[in-house]
Design a protein around this ligand. Structure first.
Ligand code: F6P
Length: 404
C-alpha cells in the first residue's frame, strides 16, 4: 500500500459527458479513505504551470457538492497540451516542483488516447499517476466515459431533425464528431433510425449511397398521402473523399498531438448527391410525379448538411456515463493506493476492479466491421454494397451483456 495523502485530479483532451462524475467519484472515495484531493486546472497546461499558482482548489465535501455530476464538461477544465512537446527543457522538473509545492503525491488523469500517452510519459518520468478512460470517440480498447452521452445526443438531434426534413422533403446529411473512427456515428445513427451511416472504416461508394437514397426516399414520398418524406444520412467527420483524403479545416493548424480539425465530410456528401441528382432524368420525373417540380426554382430535392459539432459532447451526461464515471473515478483511488501507476481503470464489475497498462488501452479501436452486415440486412446503407451477415452461434452459460 502506498502512503498517498493528497491526489491531484486532471481532465485532459476534449471534454465530454461523465467527467464531473469522475471528479466526484475520485474526491468522495479519496475523502472516505482519509485522502485529500485537489483540482489541477486546465489539463496538462495547468500541470505544467502548477508551481506558479498561489493555491489549488480543495475538493472537500462542500466544494464537491457544488459539482453537478450529470452536467457534461469538466469542472477541472481542459487543454490539448502534450507535455513532451512543451518547448522547455525543465518541464518535468517544473511539474515535480508544482506537485511538491502543493504536497500532491499522485495524479488521477482522465482523458483519451493522447492524454493516455502523456500518462505513460509522466509515469516514465517518475510521476505517480493512473488513468481514467474518457473520450466521446470511443476509440480506446475499453469503454470510456463520454461515449454513451455523445451517442444519445447524436440520436436525439438526428431524430429531431426528421421533422424539418419531412416538412421540406429534404435529404439531410448530419456530420458528427468521432475523429478517425465511426463508433458514435454508427451507434447514434442506429439509435435514430438513420437511413444511411457513413464511417471512416468503410470507404464510401457514392453510387451505392445514391442508389439507396433514390429507392428509399422516392418510395417514402410517393407512398405518403401528403407526399412528405426525408432521407437521413449520419456521416462521421473522419470519412475520406474520392481521393482517399480526410477533409479538414486548413485554416486551423494541427494541435500538439498532430491532429487536424476535421471538417467538410457533410458538405462533400451533399455535393456528390446534388451532382448526381442534376444529371439524373429519373429525378426530374420524380419531381414532376410528386408535384414538387418548379422550373428554374425547384428542380431537384434539396440536400442540407447539419453539423452539430461540439453540441454532441455538451449539455447533460447520460445516466450510464454518470454511473460509469462515478465507479471508475472511485476505483482510480484504489489503484493509486495499491501503487498501480501507469495503469488505466477499465471497469468496475461487482467487487472486481479491472485495470490494464495505459499504453495498451490507448491503442486505437475501430468499428468491428463484422457487425455492420447485420444492420445492412435490416436495410441501413453504409456506402458499400450490402454484405451477407456471417454469424457463429455461441451457446453460453453466462448472460453477459456489455455496452459496446
Ligand atoms: O476527440 C474528441 C473530439 O470531440 C473529436 O470527436 C473531435 O474531432 C475533436 O474532439 C474536436 O476537438 P476540439 O474540441 O479541439 O475542437
Amino acid at each position: 500500500m502506498t502512503d498517498i495523502k493528497r491526489i491531484g485530479v486532471i481532465t485532459s483532451g476534449g471534454d465530454c459527458g461523465g467527467l464531473n462524475a469522475v471528479i466526484k467519484g475520485v474526491a468522495r472515495e479519496a475523502f472516505a479513505l482519509g485522502i485529500e484531493s485537489v483540482v489541477i486546472p486546465h489539463g496538462y497546461a495547468g500541470l505544467y504551470n502548477l508551481a506558479k499558482l498561489d493555491k489549488v482548489v480543495l475538493l472537500d465535501a462542500e466544494r464537491v457538492s457544488k459539482i453537478e455530476a450529470s452536467l457534461a464538461g469538466s469542472e477541472a477544465g481542459h487543454s490539448r497540451v502534450k507535455i513532451k512537446k512543451i518547448d522547455d527543457p525543465d518541464k518535468y522538473e517544473k511539474i515535480k516542483k508544482g506537485l511538491k509545492k502543493f504536497k500532491i503525491d499522485a495524479l488521477v488523469i482522465s482523458g483519451g488516447d493522447d492524454t493516455g500517452s502523456v500518462v505513460v510519459d509522466l509515469t516514465e518520468q517518475g510521476i505517480p499517476c493512473v488513468h481514467v478512460p474518457k473520450t466521446m470517440d470511443l476509440d480506446l480498447q475499453s469503454y470510456s466515459v463520454g461515449g454513451d452521452s455523445a451517442i444519445n445526443r447524436i440520436a436525439v438531434f438526428t431524430r429531431d431533425l426528421k421533422t424539418t426534413g419531412m416538412s421540406h422533403n429534404r435529404i439531410l446529411v448530419i456530420e458528427v464528431f468521432g475523429r478517425y473512427v465511426g463508433h458514435t456515428a454508427l451507434r447514434g445513427g442506429i439509435g435514430a433510425e438513420a437511413d444511411a451511416i457513413l464511417i471512416p472504416e468503410i470507404p464510401v461508394d457514392i453510387d451505392v449511397l445514391y442508389k439507396h437514397m433514390k429507392v428509399t426516399y422516392f418510395a417514402r414520398i410517393e407512398r405518403s398521402d401528403v407526399k412528405a418524406g426525408t432521407y437521413i444520412i449520419v456521416v462521421a467527420e473522419g470519412i475520406r473523399n474520392a481521393s482517399g483524403e480526410m477533409l479538414y479545416d486548413e485554416s486551423i493548424p494541427p494541435d500538439a498531438f498532430g491532429h487536424r480539425k476535421l471538417a467538410g465530410a457533410g458538405k462533400y456528401i451533399r455535393q456528390q448527391l446534388e451532382k448526381r441528382m442534376k444529371e439524373d432524368p429519373e429525378v426530374h420525373d420524380f419531381m414532376e410525379r410528386t408535384g414538387m417540380f418548379a422550373p428554374g426554382v425547384y428542380m431537384i430535392p434539396e440536400v442540407r448538411e447539419v453539423t452539430p459539432g461540439h453540441l454532441v459532447r455538451s449539455g447533460h451526461s447520460s445516466a450510464f456515463d454518470v454511473n460509469f464515471g462515478y465507479k471508475v473515478g472511485a476505483a482510480a483511488v484504489f489503484l493509486l493506493k495499491n501503487g498501480k501507476f501507469g495503469q488505466t481503470v477499465v471497469n468496475v464489475d461487482g467487487d472486481q476492479i479491472s485495470y490494464q497498462p495505459t499504453a495498451a488501452v490507448i491503442k486505437r479501436r475501430e468499428v468491428d466491421l463484422r457487425e455492420i452486415a447485420i444492420f445492412e440486412s435490416v436495410g441501413i446503407c453504409f456506402g458499400r454494397e450490402p454484405q451477407k451477415y456471417k454469424y457463429k452461434l455461441n451457446a453460453t452459460e453466462e448472460a453477459i451483456i456489455r455496452f459496446e
